[in-house]
Structures are given as structure tokens and as C-alpha cells.
Design a protein around this ligand. Structure first.
Ligand code: G3P
Ligand code: CA
Length: 238
């Protein structure tokens, strides 16, 4: 049966990649959460989607140029939720360790490569004893290979471009799973993966008809901004 992952937390109704969005996701009974990871100037693992803080906060600048202290001064730029702050990974893992959630940590290292990020995140996950409850993913396929060398946790190769053959991608990176944009996945490619024992999780499935179609096709993971809706559709099918 498909498992539901809340994309950037319960991000349809709450500000993405915030503790509030993760906590609201957990309340929906979903299987897991997905989050995005960058690195601050002073080496902290920072939970935010973009390379800069410009879109989601009241600040300006690259995450890599700001310290944890400077990042923590910023407020999330979304109506009604201005008290929310950018979390560092410790905060999410400390809370998640007390839940049953699976945590999909997407390393955002395809545009800016953060030296040492793979080792740092693997070490941090180990500090919280969450090795069996994380799935790493990244669009950077060199980083997928590196992750496979430094962790025994599941590692997924992400892609969003047409023409990529997931079987070849798994073979070349040694990834355990495929995470892909649903627009570039076909039922035939998914069957190939299933026949080869490769879990496929698709993002970002928000429309009922699309969620339903992929659940019927036996998708391993529904990555959605609306975990409540996906859980409801899933239950109706059980
Ligand atoms: O991990 C799946 C998905 O989150 C990748 O796209 O841009 O939402 O991080 P994006
Ligand atoms: Ca992501």
C-alpha cells in the first residue's frame, strides 16, 4: 500500500519547512514528512527550500552566507504565521524522534554544493538514532553515490527531467529508490522499477485524480502538500 509523505510538511495550509507544518502533518496520520536541507555559514544544517531566504522570510541573502544566529532572527513571510522561524535540522529530528514518522531529508546540493554536508547530516541523524527512519534524497547524483558510501539508510535519486531511465539511474548511482516528478513518470517505467524491486515515490501529487491514479498503480510513496487529502483517498481505497 502507498505511503503518504507531507511535502515540506503540511505545506498547503501552513508555511513550508517549518515546525508548525511538520507538526500539523503528523496530526494527519501520514507516514512521513519531506524536508529540504541547506547549510549555514557556520556549518549548521538548515531546513529551508531555496538557496536564499528571500522568498520565504523577511530577510535577504544566501543561506550559505548567513550564520545560525542571523537566520534565527528572520521571520517566515506568510500571513498569519509570522512567528514561525527557519528550523535547524536538530529541532526537527529532536521532535521527530518522539513520533513514528519517516523523515525524507532532501539535500539541496544540486545548485550550490555544500562540502561535507553528506557526512554532517548522516552524523546528525545518528545522534538521534534515526538511521532506520530516514530516507535521503537529492537531485545531485554524485551526492547520491557519496551518500551510499557514508550511510546504510535508504538513499533515493531524484529527477524531474523527461528521458531519464530510472533503472539506469539506479544502476549508475546505486540508489535504493527513485523519487521523481509525477509529470515525467509513466506507468510503464514504474512497472519496470517495481519488477526490479525499486520503490518509486512521486512528487508533488496534490490533485485527487492524480493521487488516486498513482495509488491504483501501486506507487510506494505519495509526496504531497496535502497529506490530509492523500490519507483520505488512501483510506477510501482500503
Ligand atoms: O523531494 C521531492 C520534491 O520535494 C523535490 O522538489 O523543489 O519541491 O524540493 P522540490
Ligand atoms: Ca524537496
Amino acid at each position: 500500500m502507498s505511503k503518504v509523505f507531507a511535502h515540506r510538511g503540511s505545506s498547503l495550509n501552513y508555511p513550508e519547512n517549518t515546525m508548525l507544518a511538520f507538526k500539523k502533518a503528523e496530526k494527519t496520520g501520514c507516514y512521513g514528512i519531506e524536508l529540504d536541507l541547506h547549510m549555514s555559514r557556520d556549518g549548521y544544517l538548515v531546513v529551508i527550500h531555496d538557496e536564499t531566504v528571500n522568498r520565504t522570510t523577511n530577510g535577504r541573502g544566501y543561506v550559505k552566507d548567513l550564520t545560525k544566529k542571523e537566520l534565527k532572527k528572520l521571520s517566515i513571510k506568510r500571513k498569519w504565521f509570522k512567528n514561525e522561524k527557519i528550523p535547524i535540522l536538530d529541532e526537527v529530528l529532536e521532535w521527530a524522534a518522539k513520533t513514528d514518522l519517516i523523515i525524507n531529508i532532501e539535500l539541496k546540493n544540486d545548485k550550490i554544493y555544500y562540502e561535507g554536508q553528506e557526512e554532517a547530516v548522516v552524523q546528525k541523524v545518528a545522534e538521534y538514532g534515526l538511521e532506520d527512519r530516514v530516507i535521503y534524497s537529492t537531485f545531485n547524483h554524485v551526492s547520491v553515490k557519496k551518500l551510499k558510501k557514508v550511510t546504510t539508510s535508504e538513499v533515493a535519486a531524484l529527477f524531474s527531467k523527461k528521458g531519464i531511465n530510472p533503472l539506469l539511474l539506479v544502476r549508475s548511482t546505486r540508489a535504493d529508490a527513485i523519487h521523481a516528478n509525477h509529470r515525467v513518470m509513466t506507468e510503464s517505467l514504474m512497472k519496470d522499477c517495481q519488477q526490479n524491486g525499486i520503490p518509486v515515490r512521486l512528487y508533488t501529487l496534490n490533485k485527487p485524480a492524480i493521487i488516486s491514479k498513482w495509488i491504483n498503480a501501486g506507487l510506494a510513496g505519495v509526496i504531497t502538500d496535502n497529506p490530509e487529502l492523500a490519507e483520505k483517498i488512501l483510506k477510501e481505497k482500503q
